[in-house]
Design a protein around this ligand. Sequence first.
Ligand code: SAH
Length: 220
Amino acid sequence: MQPTYNDSFRHKGLRKQLVDGLRQKGITNQKVLDAINHVPRHFFLDSALELTAYEDRAFPIGEGQTISHPHTVAYQTELLQPAHFDKVLEIGTGSAYQSTILAQMGCRVFTIERQKQLYTRVQAHYPFKKEYPLIKFFFGDGFLGLPNYAPFDHVLVTAAAPFVPQQLLSQLKTGGHLVIPVGDGSSQQMKRYTKQADGTAKEELFEACMFVPMLQGKAS
Ligand code: SAH
């Protein structure tokens, strides 16, 4: 996979159209829309997808994985409600596009990928090392979270979880959100858990969605 690292007026125009489309689909958080307008999504995809990168579609990123639809990225980020300087744990680095959207919003991002090749590629070729030095990449099993770096203000899972991992809830600060698509097979339900002061979590249910599966263990 070799992206084109040139952000032209054409790309910027396509990005603006994408943002207009996301607004029409119900995304209202202006900080999320601004981040999507700012970050060149085609930098995270093969150069063959340079222009289609701004369609609201998922695309292959290798190892059988996909970059999420822009609407999904926007929707999950809106549900997460991160504030500037928040410490956010992301499960499923993939292309690192979602990580970059969070970093553009001022978050300190800790992101875990279980596929060695995807992790290695991002480590070696992440295009915004200078712009977003606060993104930290980890190779590991997202079911376990990052106990050594906890607690987190928020946790975002970008793969379909068969159940809600207790480890992730336990690594959340009081008032923090865990946004996670839960279910298996072809469809999941987006859920948001808010950590309460007594350690329990309040559950809210959102749209049906479709993600690649969250798998146990590391794959080298
Ligand atoms: N957030 C990504 C897209 C996610 S695709 C982006 O912006 O491009 C889901 C990713 O989750 C895949 O890369 C997959 O390998 C990874 N994944 C699946 N199970 C995982 C686990 N247990 N721990 C960490 N990553 C996992």
